[in-house]
Design a protein around this ligand. Sequence first.
Ligand SMILES: Cc1cc2nc3c(=O)[nH]c(=O)nc-3n(C[C@H](O)[C@H](O)[C@H](O)COP(=O)(O)O)c2cc1C
Length: 344
Amino acid sequence: MPVGPLSRFALPIVQAPMAGSQGSKLAVAVSEAGGLGSLPCALLTPDAMRRELTTIAQLTNRPINVNFFCHAPPAADAAREASWRNVLAPYYAEFDVPPPEAAQNLRVPFGDDALRLVQEFKPAFVSFHFGLPSPDLLRQIKAMGSTVLSSATTVDEARWLELHGADVVIAQGLEAGGHRGHFLSEDLTRQMGTFALLPQIVRAVSVPVIAAGGIADAAGVRAALSLGAAAAQIGTAYLLSHEAATSDVHRAALASDAASHTAMTNLLTGRPARGIINRLMRDLGPMRQGVPAFPLAAAAVAPLRAKAESQGRADFSPLWAGQNVSGCRKASAADITRALTGSA
Ligand SMILES: Cc1cc2nc3c(=O)[nH]c(=O)nc-3n(C[C@H](O)[C@H](O)[C@H](O)COP(=O)(O)O)c2cc1C
């Protein structure tokens, strides 16, 4: 049974927000099952966010977590973007697609539009990746009574989050699928595995701590709780659920032997994120200097991804997944949630 600000949901399971792979359907299913469902908003326009939040309000009275990115918007760097398109030039030729003219920013950090929607719908929980929004925005969220969560990849980040107003810290270990939530240092060698990071963060802060990364079954959840976590945040294990919006190529990769080999890559968005190795990662090496800043790198890859996916190929697709895919099952999210608590 989660405690403190997390006592508003029954099971110690937070379904990790997964932008691009799920929407309201999964969030509602997990919250209705007694965990905390999450709506990722990083890729949603304000109109799409409103539609999703309205759907959620119609389908459940249970608490929901609404999740945002809060990165610093990147400065345009024409030379860097041109050089990235040059690296990709052989692929534009092979797939017969024109390179995009200029990078379009598809991921907008939390700002006034999102705040207005949060104020209108008043979700019980609001979570952030990449730090926290400005003190003024944060103050307005907290004034509504929402509990604020954010990811820490180091003990320093956990302390920083507590000091700057987070009510709950998510300890995101290196095993986790998707983007690393770091915001104080880009040095990945400072980051740790979940069960090294979690107890150190539990000792360093007085707010509740949620464990994230590589947790895929009830034994993993119990281990996290016994190391002091108030709950486990689990993403990858939900990716094959009926209610996830995981793409066909992503589902196929997750269900194949390839899923056992993930790596951290900055090629697909400009920020390190863990995913199953695709052709681009294999060809260029998963981490590369000089890639445009997050999220601009994605724009140059987008037409290649679209063309390859139309041919059923995942060569350029972000196949975000954690190191432990053993919990991925084609089942309902309610069944997966129950199994994670050992009650299935
Ligand atoms: C497909 C995918 C997309 C993700 N997108 C987000 C996101 O939009 N916001 C966020 O805070 N975390 C995101 N994450 C990271 C999760 O919050 C969490 O740290 C991770 O899923 C936990 O590790 P696990 O995947 O091994 O369970 C994503 C993870 C995955 C697998």
